[in-house]
Write a protein that binds this ligand. Structure first.
Ligand code: SF4
Length: 299
């Protein structure tokens, strides 16, 4: 009986691993994240996401049609209780080139941010600066971060709710100083799948909040909202993510993205060929279609 359970577990894990591998492969392909000769600095925090990213990238490296190098890098920020031995042991066993940087950003953050306030934003900015500088030192052509699809969606809603901006966290971007290309190979992976994968692999997780910082309350609320939707309306989170890949500037209201001012009756513009509805009816089921009658715009 226990043999059967173990066999079933293994089959399920293999399926999950294939799925994550497929999603990472798709993101790499769609965004041209990895090119021949790349030296990719994989940032490892010791959390489930970065362990998963490294594992899958190593896995893909064997079969990839292009040659690329992986270098794992962790920044020890000198948080009290940071288990210094965990990552060197883990990475040593993997046989991968790795570096552990040491910089006491913990004390810097504590001395600047008043007690009780969230420290994550300054902490991540300092971390990013140190990692980007190191990437330059080792000649890395790409920097890989372990953000997944749920992180990207949460960021989008946070920007909408609190920043009045329609922007998220791109799967690939050039840093502000133009020196680095940052990639997020887990951009298409769901967090719940990564959690299962990490549990099965028994990664030696190092908690991020050793510093004692409170989780950002706004992010926590947005995460709960998305998790609620995921339970109540399966598929909705996926649809929202698809929407991020299917943007129609002429049907938003940003005058920098679309030249609304030049629109006139005499100017022929193919953006006006869409049916005059606020929602694309083909995407909805019958029940939604009934409701849609209410939002049709009649001219
Ligand atoms: S939880 Fe602590 S270590 Fe993690 S990002 Fe926030 S401040 Fe930095």
């Amino acid at each position: 009986m226990s043999n059967q359970i173990a066999k079933k577990d293994k089959t399920q894990f293999n399926k999950l691993q294939k799925k994550i591998r497929r999603e990472v492969g798709r993101a790499i392909h769609e965004f041209n994240m990895i090119e021949d000769g790349d030296k990719i600095m994989v940032c490892l925090s010791g959390g489930k996401d970065s362990y998963t990213m490294l594992e899958i990238l190593q896995n893909l490296q064997h079969d990839a049609p292009v040659n690329f190098e992986l270098v794992a890098v962790n920044l020890d920020q000198k948080q009290p209780g940071f288990p210094e031995h965990v990552l060197p042991e883990y990475l040593g066993n993997l046989g991968i080139e790795y570096h552990i940087l040491e910089e006491d950003t913990y004390s810097v953050v504590k001395s600047i941010i008043p007690e009780g306030k969230t420290t994550c934003s300054l902490c991540s900015r300092l971390r990013r600066g140190i990692l980007y500088t190191f990437a330059e030192e080792i000649g890395a052509t790409k920097i890989a971060l372990g953000h997944h699809r749920d992180d990207i969606l949460e960021t989008m809603f946070l920007n909408m709710f609190y920043g009045g901006k329609l922007k998220a966290m791109p799967p690939k971007l050039k840093s502000d100083d133009g020196k680095h290309v940052v990639i997020r190979p887990l951009a298409f992976c769901r967090e719940k799948e990564i959690i299962k994968f990490a549990e099965h692999k028994k990664f030696p997780i190092i908690p991020c909040n050793l510093c004692g910082s409170q989780e950002n309350l706004q992010r926590k609320k947005v995460k709960e909202m998305l998790q609620d939707w995921d339970r109540q309306f399966p598929g909705r989170v996926e649809t929202i993510f698809s929407a991020m890949q299917n943007v129609v500037p002429s049907h938003l209201a940003d005058t920098n993205l679309f030249d609304f001012k030049s629109l006139s009756q005499s100017a022929v513009d193919d953006t006006l060929e869409d049916p005059p509805t606020a929602i694309d009816a083909s995407l909805l089921d019958d029940e939604d279609n009934n409701k849609l009658n209410v939002v049709n715009i009649h001219h």
